[in-house]
Write a protein that binds this ligand. Structure first.
Ligand SMILES: [Zn+2]
Length: 335
């Protein structure tokens, strides 16, 4: 009897998964557009390279692309073998975003990689370029829209999402401006907005700014939502339509991740969760790029644990395949 019920649940999921993904939706990878149905198992928040030197000092001469590739490639190959097909690289401009490096790694590994446009206003504004203070939100948006239309810095490589970041607590003026610019960019490009946020207070302020700009919560990924320990806020934001990114998974927080996922599942919101490790990465200035953390824990530990706790395979597919495809589909989401 139990097997029969499982069978019908499976048929239900197969039927509805076919309906939920429109065949003409696309994602934008560093190798160009790909149908969203081909995104496959995805990690939605990881890094290949991050340089914490600061916006005033960063430049691409601080790392050797070949050395970074040599270091990062085995980690990508390792998760390709575990079935991961798409890797969302969340390092923004002025923190070490390097589209050509990502393209060469995508070609070498067979991994679909997505890069981004936008500026990072977290970490006390150390990674915000000076012009962002002088320019309007409209002007900043026009820079990001230009990257979408014409590619990043003459590479022809186009971003697949908008990455911004804000500091904890109530939003500062510069953080507000970045979110406004992200909203304007979204309306012009259909790129989803992933904002490094953490606690609930700035998350809901960001959603309010998007609302004022006419952008729906479905266009917003609440990055590092796991930092908010009052799980009722996850439910509240997900019910509004926002994506809840639980992206700091590692083997030592399995219990916490299972509870956060179950909490959303119990509220019928499994379709609003994105999972990842926020792992990696090559660190310029450190010997041989420093310590590099791989991306396998989610596949080797978290997924088996969820299955053990009664999750069904279609629900795992929802988390790892369908949700990323829906979130990263290039599509304007207006209120
Ligand atoms: Zn990150």
């Amino acid at each position: 009897m139990k097997n029969l019920i499982r069978f019908f649940i499976l048929i239900f999921f197969i039927f509805f998964s076919g309906c939920s993904q429109k065949p003409d939706n696309t994602i934008m990878t560093v190798n160009g557009p790909v149908p969203a149905v081909k995104m496959g198992v995805s990690l939605t928040h990881e890094h290949i390279l991050v340089d914490f030197i600061g916006a005033d000092s960063i430049n691409e001469n601080r790392w050797d692309k070949l050395k970074v590739s040599e270091k990062a490639l085995p980690f990508l190959v390792e998760i390709r073998k575990l079935g991961c097909q798409t890797f969302v690289e969340c390092t923004p401009d002025y923190l070490g975003r390097d589209p050509l490096l990502l393209k060469s790694l995508s070609d070498a590994s067979g991994m679909q990689i997505i890069t981004n446009t936008g500026y990072y206003g977290a970490a006390g504004d150390k990674y915000i370029p000076k012009h962002a203070y002088l320019e309007s939100a409209e002007k900043l948006a026009s820079r990001w829209i230009d990257e979408w239309r014409n590619g990043i810095g003459g590479t022809g490589i186009r971003p697949g999402f908008i990455k911004v970041g804000v500091d904890a607590g109530s939003l500062s003026d510069i953080d507000k401006k970045l979110v406004e610019a992200a909203a304007l960019t979204h309306l012009e490009t259909g790129l989803i907005i992933a904002s490094h946020t953490g606690p609930a207070v700035p998350a809901f302020e960001e959603l309010e700014i998007l609302k004022e700009a006419g952008v729906a919560p479905e266009a917003f990924i609440w990055v590092h939502a796991q930092a908010e320990k009052d799980l009722s806020f996850h439910v509240k934001a997900a019910k509004m339509g926002a994506w809840i990114s639980l992206d700091g998974y590692s083997s030592d927080n399995t219990g916490e991740y299972v509870s956060m996922i179950k909490n959303l599942k119990d509220n019928g919101l499994l379709n609003k969760i994105l999972l990842s490790h926020d792992a990696g990465w090559y660190r310029p200035g450190e010997e041989n790029g420093g310590e590099y953390r791989g991306y396998t824990d989610q596949f080797e530990i978290l997924v088996p644990q969820l299955l053990k706790e009664g999750f069904l395979q279609p629900e795992i597919d929802q988390l790892l395949v369908k949700n990323p495809a829906a979130a990263f589909s290039v599509k304007v989401r207006k209120i």
